[in-house]
Design a protein around this ligand. Structure first.
Ligand code: IMP
Ligand code: MG
Length: 216
């Protein structure tokens, strides 16, 4: 029989909330745990190994896409650091942070604005690893990639913890994917709904009541 791959199927039942520790203030808001924290960590450890194998020949600049990417970024870098300090070969690793904001012009156009971080020109000649939490339509990442390419980095790779299976996708696929997920709204492990749920360790499915409750 087939073993599981990283694609979580549409009919995934997930885990009952009371099997794991979930903050009391979110108990009413979540349907189920879809990716427990431990599984995220195990998958991240392997992504770190694959990334170092492919990019480890040259100085890596890890670029965190805020805010949603910060937990994954921190954990992924810890695993990359562990590889760096426990092998005969190692490469310098530096970090940078950017924040992206998308503005919707009359519903159809997506303009993605870069806020903060060093000048993108510091990335010239570097191996850049973009670290993102989730890719949905792919437009954010495609825009960032086209901005970056103007600075002539030596190499650009994208790692996204999650990729959503959705008909709204542009077809864009990151170089490294933690898990492919169903077309549902997910929260936890820094993924938010109006800034809530970043303080939840597991990736969970938000229920309909909560969407109303935290609406702005
Ligand atoms: P896109 O790939 O340009 O459509 O945008 C992806 C961005 O939308 C991500 O960086 C997230 O900030 C946000 N996003 C998409 N799906 C979810 C979700 O299920 N939960 C939380 N944020 C999401
Ligand atoms: Mg994001």
């Amino acid at each position: 029989y087939a073993t599981r791959n990283t694609a979580i199927p549409d009919d995934e039942k997930g885990y009952k909330l009371d099997l794991f520790c979930v903050p009391k203030h979110y108990e009413e808001d979540l349907d189920q745990v879809i990716i427990p924290h431990g599984l995220i960590m195990d998958r991240t450890e392997r992504l770190a190994r694959d990334i170092v194998r492919d990019m480890g020949g040259h100085h890596i600049v890890a670029l965190c896409v805020l805010k949603g990417g910060y937990t994954f970024f921190a954990d992924l870098l810890d695993y990359i650091k562990a590889l760096n300090q426990n092998s005969d070969k190692s490469v310098p690793l530096t970090v940078d942070f950017i924040r992206l904001k998308s503005y919707c012009n009359d519903q159809s156009t997506n303009i993605v604005k870069v806020i903060g971080g060093d000048e993108l020109s510091t990335l010239t000649g570097k191996n850049v690893l973009i670290v993102e939490d989730i890719v949905e339509t792919g437009r954010t990442m495609e825009t960032l990639l086209s901005l970056l390419s103007e600075c002539n980095p030596k190499m650009v790779k994208v790692v996204s913890l999650l990729v959503k299976r959705t008909p709204r996708s542009s077809g864009y696929r990151p170089d490294y994917i933690g898990f492919e997920v169903p077309d549902l709204f997910l929260v936890g492990y820094a993924l938010d709904y109006n800034e809530y749920f970043r303080d939840l360790s597991h990736i969970c499915i938000l229920n309909e009541n909560a969407k109303e409750k935290y609406k702005v």
